[in-house]
Design a protein around this ligand. Structure first.
Ligand SMILES: [Zn+2]
Length: 121
């Protein structure tokens, strides 16, 4: 609490974020410690009593500003190479298998058969 008072009185309240911390089981209420509610039941009322509504800065405004840089990354869509069916001229991404004959590539057996019937012209 003393360090916090030094920061607030030094006009650093725009740079301060407060939270609760539990390092050991013995800090939990079940083991006789102050527990997670310590900040809300003891520290915050004390700060409010001494410094008024500065608590909103310490628990909300400052952390919101601190984390404002973070943006969820868009997943990059990987553009796959494409290939074109020799007969129907439709384009497919490389993950689709085709049929090949005489160095020609087809999307389906009907396309291969149609091109064969046309004597590969
Ligand atoms: Zn085709």
């Amino acid at each position: 609490m003393k360090s916090l008072e030094v920061l607030i009185e030094g006009k650093w309240e725009d740079k301060v974020v407060i939270s609760n911390n539990i390092n050991y089981k013995t800090q939990l209420m079940a083991y006789g410690g102050m527990g997670y509610s310590n900040l809300f039941e003891n520290t915050i009322p004390l700060i409010e009593e001494r410094y008024g509504d500065i608590i909103k800065k310490l628990t909300l405004t400052n952390i919101t500003r601190l984390l404002a840089w973070w943006k969820k990354k868009e997943k990059e869509k990987v553009k796959l190479k494409t290939w074109k069916c020799q007969w129907c001229k439709k384009e497919y991404e490389e993950d689709k298998d085709g049929f090949s004959k005489n160095d020609f590539l087809y999307c389906s057996m009907p396309c291969l058969q149609a091109h064969t019937k046309a004597n590969f012209k």
